[in-house]
Design a protein around this ligand. Structure first.
Ligand code: BGC
Length: 791
């Protein structure tokens, strides 16, 4: 079905990609923010009120906006420009395109032979699973190049919400259940993309952690949980990478839409964090345009509040202006924020799209990145890697029904997808009988639908029921079994705990049981490849098989990437950025997710964040809840020895908020093959006035590829800011005194790890925050870890 990539090209390009990953971030964005702001102020001072209001309201889907440059088909929207011969202002509209796995535009244009395919990179959570900001920066750079080549000014990504609950339908776009991992990956991808002179739009600000009734749901969250878990990644990315834009979310927080909260988009974002970019709403978000504009949500996208037309929207704002509900000062402020960023764009600088991104090099980079993120969850008796001398029996319709990514705005229209069968065939010796059987079944039984936004084509195919004879013959003839399982997900809908989603279908369970029994009876091993969007149930079946590879949704080179891992061409080095719980009911938010219908109208309207700061491993470790696979976990075909870590310096007592703790630890490859290891730094805080999770991730680093016997000393730095906890009573970030324990560990399971201590002599106030910002509405109480108490 898909044109195949020429293998030689891939290998050659891989070398280029490897070279790329080694290069430093070359941030060419030399635009002087202050000078641009002055220029923007000058321009805005010459604009009419209508011209300014048109800047504040996007033109809407299918409308290319005022004073547009060359049209880019299939983008998410535009920011209107201005063209006025009298004032002499000629500002070209900005082009905005999704999404987290690559640039989403229409690949074909009517009457045009040229194609506009973009590279489908691995989904966000797989990028993050590499734990390698350098690789991620390179991906950001490649996506930025494609944006620029296709005339896109603002990339509507990365998505950096916290994976609070495994059933959030958009978790695949996001990075982690942990804010530090989220922060470091978002920072890298932002720096990489913006080094091309296009803008990044970090999203969805904030607490868009579910899709059920996302446009109206009210998330009740304690300020401490907001600060420590949900805002922290955004804060770091704003401060370190200066994204050009930020997108507010659909949901309400503590009773008010995020786009309508002055405390969120102005007091916290601009005044506390120093954000200099533009704030845009999510598409059709919010319910009061005047409040949005006044709050400092500079740009309303795409000009419709809850689907009213742009024209009505503009009239609404004009009327509000005439009635004095929006002042000139506010309109000018928002317009200056927008124009300052627009001036940096290729469109404003009249750079014409070259429309020729280097898709071959980026395909190789997509594959390399997937290789770096794929996680080996189980490898009993060295079931993997599989040698080319072994004959592989491939089971599971996912070998044909391979999912490259999620649906909706997170989808990418790539020129090809290498399915799992094609990939395995290219690198291993595959049983042709089974392969033919699945191919035939797929082509006979495949159906297709669209996602709810008509963006993605989704293929469906039932899992065939193989006869005992088919399975037994394969068990006799072949050397090893590989069972593939796939799932996709998309925006607008949450996942379910049902069979076929969180749980395996009866057919999938039966396939695993029957294949395992038949192959084990012959003394042969069974490996499961998970081509899935997020966490699924693993407890009921993981003991039946010998190997498990979590590939997530690896992008357009899916098959090759999985084959690289199965064949051992790449030694797996990815680790989990989200916990796989033993059972769904163990998830700390299981009881309150997807929210509650509080007014009895049959619709979920309120989500109580009962888990507070105890999200993911923070909860499981604190409460000793056993999990299926812990956060931070992942195996390799080699083994690593961790040397005792050293606290190199602790300047927190002398330098307070400006201080840091630095550590080092030596990691040695103690096994037989070359490989990379991610070392994670967890801190256990002493008892103090704020109750803390048992452990929290504060740093991580990945080794280079180490040959057997080779060692590398990794250095870690924990700045005061990342060590601090949020004291909502006094509106401040503090580091409490006492002895801290540091664990340098291969995963969040630190039970067998010997910690090293450092001491804080007296409380350090790291930062003061806006009094009562984001406060809980009246009538709610919280527990000691910031969980909202529900009755
Ligand atoms: C999504 C955003 C996306 C926007 C434009 C919205 O539905 O939530 O993530 O950027 O559409 O496509």
């Amino acid at each position: 079905m898909y044109p195949k990539i020429n293998k030689t090209t891939v290998i050659v390009s891989l070398a280029i990609a490897s070279a790329l990953t080694g290069c430093a971030n070359t941030n060419q964005d030399n635009n002087d923010q202050a000078a641009l702001q002055l220029k923007a102020q000058n321009m805005v001072s010459k604009m009419s009120t209508d011209e300014k209001l048109n800047l504040l309201v996007g033109p809407g889907y299918g409308d290319k906006g005022i004073n547009a440059g060359p049209e880019v088909k299939g983008t998410a929207g535009y920011i209107n420009g201005v063209n006025n011969p009298v004032s002499g202002i000629d500002l070209t509209a900005s082009v905005l395109a999704d999404g987290p796995a690559g640039i989403r535009i229409d690949p074909k244009r009517e009457g045009d032979e040229h194609t506009y395919y973009a590279t489908a990179f691995p989904i966000g959570v797989l990028l993050a699973s590499s734990w390698d900001p350098q690789v991620v920066r390179t991906v950001g750079n490649a996506i930025g190049q494609e944006a620029k080549a296709y005339g896109v000014d603002f990339w509507l990504a990365p998505g950096m919400n916290i994976q609070r609950n495994p059933l959030n339908g958009r978790n695949f776009e996001y990075y982690s259940e942990d804010p530090f991992v989220t922060a470091k990956i978002a920072e890298a991808v932002t720096e990489g993309a913006q080094s091309n002179g296009i803008g990044v739009t970090i999203k969805h600000f904030v607490a868009n952690n579910s899709e059920t009734n996302r446009m109206t749901v009210n998330n009740i969250i304690s300020p401490r949980a907001l600060r420590e878990i949900y805002l922290r990644g955004f804060e770091n990315t704003v401060e370190t990478a200066q994204p050009w834009a930020i997108m507010t979310s659909y949901n309400k927080v503590n009773g008010t839409y995020t786009s309508q909260r002055h405390d969120l988009v102005t007091d916290v974002l601009r005044d506390e964090w120093g954000f200099k970019g533009l704030v845009m709403s999510d598409w059709y978000a919010g319910d009061n345009a005047v409040e949005m504009i006044n709050a400092g949500n500079d740009e309303i996208q795409p000009g419709g509040i809850n689907m009213v037309t742009k024209e009505k929207q503009l009239q609404h704002l004009q009327k509000a202006y005439q009635e004095g509900k929006i002042t000139d000062e506010t309109i000018n402020r928002n317009a200056v924020h927008i124009v300052t960023q627009m001036l940096k764009t290729p469109s404003a600088q009249h750079v014409l799209p070259a429309n020729n991104p280097d898709l071959a090099t980026h395909a190789a980079l997509s594959r390399y990145t997937a290789d770096q993120g794929i996680i080996l969850l189980k490898n009993q008796s060295q079931a993997l890697p599989i040698s080319t001398h072994e004959k592989v029996a491939t089971f599971g319709i996912a070998q044909q029904l391979t999912q490259k990514g999620g649906t909706g705005s997170g989808d990418v229209h790539s020129a090809h997808v290498v399915n799992l069968m094609e990939g395995l065939q290219a690198e291993l010796t595959v049983d042709p009988t089974l392969q033919r059987y699945y191919q035939h079944w797929y082509h006979t039984n495949r159906t297709k639908t669209s996602d709810k936004f008509n963006i993605s084509t989704i293929y469906h195919c039932p899992e065939p029921t193989l006869s005992a004879k088919q399975i037994n013959t394969a068990a006799k003839d072949d050397d090893v079994a590989v069972i593939t399982i796939s799932r996709t997900a998309g925006e607008g809908t949450d996942r379910t705990t049902k069979k076929g989603d969180y749980q395996l279908t009866n057919n999938e369970s039966a396939l695993i049981s029957k294949v395992s029994m038949a192959f084990h009876a012959q003394g042969k091993q069974v490996v499961v490849v998970l081509n899935i969007s997020g966490v699924i149930e693993t407890t009921s079946w993981k003991d039946k098989v010998d190997g498990i590879v979590l590939a997530y949704l690896p992008g357009e080179e899916s098959g090759f990437a999985v084959a690289d891992i199965l064949s051992g061409k790449t030694n797996p080095s990815g680790k989990l950025t989200q916990t796989f719980p033993a059972k769904y009911s163990d998830v700390p938010s299981a009881k309150t997710f997807f929210g509650k219908d509080t007014n009895g109208d049959g619709k979920i309207d309120t989500n109580y964040y009962n888990d507070g700061i105890l999200v993911g491993y923070r909860y499981y470790s604190t409460n000793n809840v056993p999990v299926s696979f812990p956060f931070g976990y992942g195996l390799s075909y080699t083994s690593f020895r961790y040397g005792t870590p050293t606290v190199v310096e602790n300047s927190l007592n002398a330098s307070g908020a400006k201080g840091e703790v630095s550590l080092s630890a030596t990691i040695t490859n103690s096994g037989q093959v070359a490989g990379k290891e991610v070392a994670e730094v967890y801190i256990a805080a002493p008892n103090g006035k704020l109750v803390k999770p048992k452990i929290e991730l504060k740093s991580f680093a990945k080794t280079a590829q180490l040959a057997p016997g080779e060692a590398q000393t990794l250095n870690f730095t924990i700045p005061a800011k990342w060590l601090a906890s949020f004291d909502s009573k006094d509106n401040q970030w503090i580091i409490e005194p006492g002895q801290y324990q540091v664990y340098v560990a291969p995963s969040s399971n630190i039970n067998d790890i010997q910690p090293v201590p450092f001491t804080i002599n007296q409380e350090v106030v790291v930062a003061k925050t806006t009094p009562n910002a984001l406060a809980l509405p009246q009538g709610y109480t919280i527990n000691k870890t910031g969980g909202v108490i529900t009755h």
